[in-house]
Write a new protein. Structure first.
Length: 263
């Protein structure tokens, strides 16, 4: 059974689908919706277990990808610019893996590795050495420790080398605190089980990267892996931003998206 997602829809024109990150929701793309609704058909779902999609049939990256594709198919959308931030990038990759890319014009992956967990052969996952053992502990403690984790999750969304906008940090923390960790836990387990390295090297459609130069989650090694292994990939580096370039520098981020939509 395919989950029914909550969707926000505004504007008309070339379709732009924005997929949010883990523990967040579609509202984190508010500034992008405002910037592009006059030139594009902007669609923003709340992915399973997030925002207003709380009764999903299955809480996995695969289920999220199936639900997004089902909506593209239902609306007969083609030439879609599919932009995924963090977890959203994995949903976009899973959609390509499971349903092909015939409806997709181009992919935009925002500050995300093709594989989150590190291992002896893959040091380019999440910074801080998150590996299978550490992730097992995180999953075991996520629900009971949620109240204490929320401020850390919010802080790690922003640049490490400079103080972030206190209003944006407070808003992120407030919104993340509203999330249900019982629903987020299986989504995190699914997210950290993914490995899209083989997929992205043969994606078949343009892949555009947006990375924060001061991301607390993914570093230069991740960016360079894409550049070395994905033919034709394009990198937009936001030197002063962290894990959330669309929140930290929304004007430039919208310029990047606008140029891609117009190309």
């Amino acid at each position: 059974m395919i989950s029914k997602l909550y969707w926000r829809e505004e504007g008309s024109g070339s379709p732009l689908v924005l997929l949010h990150g883990w523990a967040c929701h579609g509202g984190f793309f508010e500034e992008q919706v405002r910037a592009h609704r006059g030139r594009a058909h902007v669609l923003v779902p709340d992915l399973p277990g997030h925002g207003q999609t709380l009764n999903a049939a299955e809480l996995t990256i695969e289920a999220a990808a199936d639900a997004v594709f089902a909506e593209l198919e239902r609306r007969n959308l083609r030439d879609v610019t599919l932009c995924g931030w963090s977890m959203g990038a994995h949903v976009a990759f899973a959609l390509a893996q499971r349903h092909g890319t015939n409806r997709i014009r181009q992919f935009v992956a925002v500050d995300m590795a093709p594989k989150v967990l590190n291992d002896p052969e893959w040091p380019f996952g999440s910074l801080g050495g998150l590996d299978e053992a550490r992730n097992h502990h995180l999953l075991a403690t996520l629900v009971p420790s949620w109240a204490g984790l929320v401020p850390k999750i919010a802080q790690r969304m922003f640049a490490t080398g400079a103080p972030c906008d206190p209003g944006k940090l407070m808003h992120a923390e407030e919104e993340i605190r509203r999330a249900n960790p019982e629903l987020l836990k299986p989504m995190w387990a699914s997210l950290t089980a993914q490995d899209f390295r083989s997929l992205v090297t043969a994606l078949g459609k343009p892949l555009h990267l947006v990375f924060g130069g001061q991301s607390a989650l993914y570093g230069a090694g991740t960016r360079n892996w894409y550049l070395d292994h994905v033919p034709g990939v394009e990198l937009n580096l936001f030197e002063a931003a962290g894990h959330s370039p669309h929140l930290e520098d929304p004007e430039r981020f919208s310029q990047v998206l606008g140029a891609l939509l117009a190309s």
